[in-house]
Design a binder for this molecule. Sequence first.
Ligand code: PAF
Length: 277
Amino acid sequence: MILRDSAALRSRVTEWKKTGASIGLVPTMGALHEGHLSLVRAAQAECARVIVSIFVNPTQFNNAHDLANYPRSEAADVALLAGVDGIFIPTVEAMYPEGYSTSVQVSGLTDRLEGAHRPGHFSGMATVVTKLFGMSGADRAYFGEKDWQQLQIIRRFTQDLNLPVSITSCPTLREADGLALSSRNRRLPEAARLRAPRLHAIMQETAWAIRAGRPIAAALTAGEADLEAVGFGPIDYLACCDAQTLMPAREMTPGQTLRLLAAAALDSVRLIDNIVI
Ligand code: PAF
């Protein structure tokens, strides 16, 4: 069932809640792929009712060209979601009516990595996710680990604002050649698509080098050079960080979990990925 505004969503959820049903929410921007569907399956395994939202949120795009070119495929998306209880597809006007004036700002975690390269992105994301939590009355919400920094920020503001939603994360799904599934992959020209898996391969080589004791700074410099050599550029970052705080790590410390995160363009398509070290 497609629901196009918050009143329709609210009345549906109210009915479900009367029966004591737990509500799972999978927020998406559409152009669905197997990664999104893995979130839906995780939600269906844990929740009596599952809502998937499809909304290309303009406030999290810092680049008008990127927003205009973001893939949109509503009919195909709806067909893929045949088994879910509600598909929430609001308009921009329904989400941000005239006079709308509120945003959610998370400090610290949002300053680095994606935040440094995409001003305003995380505030737009945090705002729309907070709105979706409120509109859906969800008990649980599901996010992919592919957007690792986004996931840490969502956990942070959910806790800081005492939002009554439990956050579940699901692992990144990959093509057989290692490329992380992403809606943006469909914008890769054929030749670039063949080179794109090198991002993950070079990240793995960098992680192995760090684990084997190579100084982190030297391993990152070598990794960036390897990415440039296969045609990535600009490379926004290849960074080794504490997995939760995302503060840069200078050395391996016993007991600390590190994450390697990267963002780099290939043929003007910006790809991001992250792996555990
Ligand atoms: O990860 C995404 O697709 C978006 O950032 C999200 C969480 C749906 C918010 O618009």
